[in-house]
Write a new protein. Structure first.
Lengths: 529, 461
């Protein structure tokens, strides 16, 4: 399907119930009021974000909700300090009051702002529209039609041998943004995204263990056609999951130690997200996130010199890839989105930027411009530097996944994501997955359980010996990337091929828990296990 | 703040009058907030805002439909009601269907919403600006965030129930680093109104802790005699609480599931004298005294809206005594109805003293400051992984003698309840991981764990 980005018919695709809202009148009033105070910069953002979420369990609808976040915000730069205010009353008077509040906040902030905020320039984008590519807006499909599909899938899972319970659900989002600033840039945009999931639960009576197996379907910037019309083969996963769950429950526990890993994109995307995506946000590298999620080992002084990984490592950032969860036409500072290199031949060469950071660092990084990474998750939140779609590129002539496995004498093949954690400078991480297969002499030799792989970012990416070809590439991603204070949530995609890593430290998670020797209170009876 | 064009009570009444469904529940939440954020000794972002959220839940023949939106006018509420009415006609009967809670109007029902503004930081902001100057002069770098919000909730139903609750929520946190960024410390806490938050005291504490790191010691991974301050205990006990859904346990999928079926209610999970409980009236941690549920799930039911909440012991004298129950899951499990509550307290019988007293008894061990990036690894044991952060201190002979590298740890909070060997008095303690966005009302003791599993070394500073 052709991209509709910047396509002339984007205007026709944008929801008329959004364009009928009074955002233009409110923008005019708010920006005019901000100008009265002689502000250095003012922008107005009006958003309507519609969410629908439902869950099913064992063939029954468990809960469903429709919600909507509708409101507007005014952001001003006044005497070098930011001021931000938001509101929900959709009247010109309220827009004026919110503009005044933003100026008042900037005045309070000015007492604590020791370094003037300045913005990199951006060409004026005069009343442009953008709409993400999709065929069927999932929010326009009747809820019962969607629920019935998931009820059927969970019923089929529940009926399978070894499955005790099955759950599933869908989150669908339609996001509309209107932006206007004092330079004359005006943008109107719309995108949809959805995140389907299915999971089966079972137990092994002999061992007493319980476990689960979840679909590896990615969340996508697509429409309902992804779920219901062949965009993804859910029927195949529903058929496979019970057998995979039974095999996992009976699998031997892994022997901890160093293993070669072949990692499928359904797992590797999350490692990319945590160890590259966040680490190359320039606001983190500069300390803006130090009190929350932390900073980054990839500090600016290491640009063009930091050996991030092996020479086969090519990483790009973009907000333009079709169906990407972070893709959009213009960011929340009116910057047209772009794509660029972050790691080239294993060396750090780029960062993600917004306009304040681009004012200082953009000349070296991006010709003096922001690369379009400002985003706010709702009308009530201030835009911050947010993650682009950060993706590991395949080897144009690389092997398929079997070809990578064939290179391994003793190793583990990792599929699907589960638990994830990384430290506050993006060094030390630990990931688990949905399923793990032993590799012996280039062949898969049955499942393992209790596997977690742990590493240090540069060591891990340095151990990447080979990446798969384009035939292994999958655009995966997440709906739940958290950042900033107050907390904001964003959706982001990460594309990657399967890849081969040598000598990665693998833990046995069942051995990690518990004490060496149980400690009982004096006089206490034994703790019931 | 800009106010809604209609009062919250009027929006509730309008929705109930407009609804064409046999029964209806309406929740209106009027919320104002103000925040300041700083890094590198200067303010970075800030904001004030006002939000009016309306949830309309329609009920018809055992089916439900829930529709929520920002809605500051009766016109917008009418649209929500129509959407809910239309959706419930197409919906199938809900598995958690039950009678709606009935009642009358609370005495404070007619009161207006409370509000906050940027002025809540009047004294704090002035002092913070001074601390930026001081930090710059003394070669330190400050990063932090303060947030204050007041949410006033109005719950009304077609059964006559009218409930109102005002919930102030505030927290502060500041990270301090030496100018070379090699050493880091943190301080943070919760507050209801910021009258008890002193930027100078906050900065003084950071200065003291950065001073503890003058001596740096590198230690390998391993098991250490470790003192967890209340903030760390809150971090992991929140996982223990959130994972305590009765239905999931009853269906055999959590650490609280009894092998062979059912829940572990009645089994010992912690040392005698250990009490984990929630209480809407706990002084300083007051929270909604009735159920609010905009949708149904494993631990919530829209049919339960308005159910009164009271002190609930989850772990009583070391025995698992309750799990989070809706009326639906209570029927499934045959246990009392014990819905979730928005605060959490851990107390240990006879525990007294401070973290300093716990440290004084440690011959060779570690004192943590806080934790980060905590995620569940294995639901079978509720094994969690996470990192130490912003200050791990070496304790020798009962004294803090230096700072240690950070670690990745792997531990189960349920296991810690039986392995701790000493506890300090329970005090308010903000979870660093979850306190900002999800759950700030926690009171915890410090705990000494003699064999805390530091799984690997983190290079993070």
């Amino acid at each position: 399907m052709a991209s509709l980005s910047d396509h002339p018919d984007a205007w026709d695709r944008i929801d008329p119930t959004f364009t009928a809202l009074p955002h233009r009148r409110l923008a005019e009033a708010a920006l005019a009021r901000a100008r009265d105070f002689g502000v250095d910069h003012a922008d107005f953002r009006f958003e309507r974000v519609r969410y629908q979420y439902f869950t099913v369990r064992d063939g029954q609808l468990q809960g469903a909700s429709d919600s909507e976040d509708l409101g507007f915000a005014v952001r001003v730069l006044h005497e070098g300090a930011w001021g931000f205010a938001s509101g929900v009353v959709l009247s010109r008077d309220a827009a004026v009051v919110v503009a005044e509040q933003a100026v008042r906040v900037a005045q309070v902030a000015g007492r604590m702002t020791r370094r003037r905020v300045e913005l990199a320039p951006e060409p004026v984008h005069d009343d442009v529209a953008w709409c993400s590519p999709y065929l069927v807006n999932p929010l326009e499909v009747p809820l019962e039609e969607k629920v019935d599909l998931f009820r059927d899938w969970t019923s089929r899972l529940l009926a399978a041998d070894g499955v005790d319970h099955a759950s599933g659900g869908l989150q669908a989002v339609q996001e509309n943004k209107f932006y206007a600033d004092e330079t004359g840039t005006v943008t109107t945009q719309q995108r949809v995204r959805l995140e389907p999931h299915l999971e089966a639960f079972g137990a092994d009576e002999a061992s007493g263990r319980f476990d689960s197996m979840r679909t590896i379907a990615p969340p996508v910037g697509r429409g309902w056609e992804f779920v219901a019309d062949g965009g993804y083969d859910f029927d195949a996963e529903v058929e496979q999951i019970p057998g995979l769950l039974r095999e996992k429950l009976l699998a031997p526990s892994v022997e901890p130690g160093a293993y070669d890993l072949v990692i499928h994109p359904s797992n590797l995307f999350l490692t990319i997200h945590e160890s590259i995506g966040h680490a190359t946000e320039l606001d983190r590298a500069l300390g803006y996130e130090a009190n929350y999620a932390g900073t980054s080992f990839a500090t600016y002084d290491r640009l063009n010199s930091l050996v991030y990984g092996s020479p086969v490592m090519q990483v790009t950032g973009d907000r333009t890839v079709e169906h990407g969860l972070a893709s959009i036409g213009y960011d929340d500072e009116g910057v047209q989105t772009q794509s660029w290199d972050i790691v080239r031949d294993g060396i750090l060469v780029g960062y993600q930027l917004d306009r304040p950071m681009a004012h200082t660092y953009g000349a070296e990084l991006n010709g003096g411009r922001s690369n379009g990474c400002a985003f706010a998750d709702s009308p009530g939140h201030i835009p911050i530097q947010r993650m682009a779609n950060v993706s590991l590129q395949p080897d144009p002539h690389g092997p398929d996944t079997d070809g990578l496995i064939d290179k391994v004498e003793r190793g583990i093949y990792v599929v699907g994501d589960k638990s994830w954690s990384i430290d506050m400078q993006r060094f030390n991480f630990q990931f688990t997955g949905q399923r793990f297969y032993r590799i012996e002499d280039g062949k898969l030799a049955g499942m393992l359980r209790d596997v977690a792989y742990q590493g240090t970012t540069t060591d891990f990416w340095g151990s990447m010996e080979a990446v798969g070809g384009p035939q292994t590439y999958v655009l995966h991603g997440a709906f739940n990337c958290g950042k900033a204070q107050p907390g904001q949530v964003a959706a982001v995609s990460h594309g990657c091929p399967s890849a081969l890593f040598r000598g990665v430290n693998v833990l046995n998670t069942s051995e990690e828990g518990g004490s060496l020797e149980p400690v009982d209170a004096p006089g206490d009876e034994a703790v019931t296990e | 703040m800009t106010r809604a064009t209609s009062s919250p009570q009027h929006l509730v009444d309008h929705a109930l009058e407009t609804s064409a469904s046999p029964e209806c529940v309406v929740i209106v939440q009027d919320e104002t907030h103000a925040n300041l954020r700083w890094a590198n000794n200067t303010l970075t972002t800030n904001g004030v805002g006002h939000d009016v959220g309306v949830t309309v839940i329609a009920f018809r023949d055992g089916a439900t439909a829930s529709v929520s939106s920002t809605a500051a006018s009766t016109e917008r509420v009418t649209a929500l009601v129509e959407a809910a009415d239309a959706a419930v006609r197409r919906a199938q009967p809900a598995e958690d269907r039950n009678d709606l809670v009935s009642g009358d109007a609370a005495a404070d029902w007619d009161d207006a919403p409370a509000a906050t503004s940027i002025e809540v930081y009047g004294a704090f902001a002035k002092a913070l600006g001074e601390e930026f100057e001081r930090a710059e002069a003394e070669q330190r770098v400050l990063y932090g965030f303060v947030n204050h919000e007041i949410a006033t909730t109005y719950l009304g139903s077609s059964t006559g129930l009218r409930r109102r609750h005002v919930q102030p929520t505030g927290h502060y946190a500041c990270t301090g680093k030496t100018a070379d960024l090699s050493t880091s410390a943190w301080v943070g806490g919760a507050t209801r109104d910021f009258t008890d938050v002193d930027a100078h005291a906050m900065a003084d504490t950071l200065t003291t802790r950065l001073g503890w790191a003058t001596r740096r010691v590198d230690l390998p991974a391993g098991r250490y005699d470790t003192v967890l301050p209340p903030t760390c205990v809150a971090d992991v006990m929140l996982d223990a609480y959130w994972g305590a859904g009765a239905r999931v346990a009853h269906e055999g999928q959590s650490v609280y599931a009894r092998r062979g079926g059912g829940t572990r209610i009645g089994e010992r999970v912690g040392r005698p004298g250990t009490h984990l409980y929630s209480d809407p009236a706990y002084p300083g941690l007051e929270c909604e005294p009735f159920v609010l549920a905009s949708s149904s799930g494993n631990t919530s039911s829209v049919f339960d809206n308005g159910l009164p909440l009271a002190r609930t012991e989850w772990v009583s004298d070391g025995i698992l005594s309750s799990l989070i129950q809706t009326r639906h899951s209570a029927t499934m499990t045959g246990q009392p109805v014990t819905p979730g509550i928005d605060n959490l307290v851990l107390e240990v019988d006879g525990a007294s003293g401070s973290i300093g007293d716990l440290v004084a008894d440690v011959d060779h061990g570690l004192l943590l400051t806080c934790m980060w990036y905590i995620r569940e690894v294995d639901p079978q044991t509720m094994l969690l992984t996470g990192l130490t952060r912003d200050g791990v201190y070496l304790v020798e002979g009962g004294e803090i003698t230096g700072a240690v590298n950070n670690f990745r740890w792997n531990e189960s909070p349920v296991d810690l309840l039986r392995r701790y060997t000493a506890a300090s008095a329970t005090v308010p303690g903000l979870s660093r991981e979850w306190g900002d966005d999800y759950f700030s009302r926690t009171a915890m003791p410090g705990l000494r764990v003699p064999d805390f599993n530091m799984s690997s070394v983190s290079q993070a500073l």
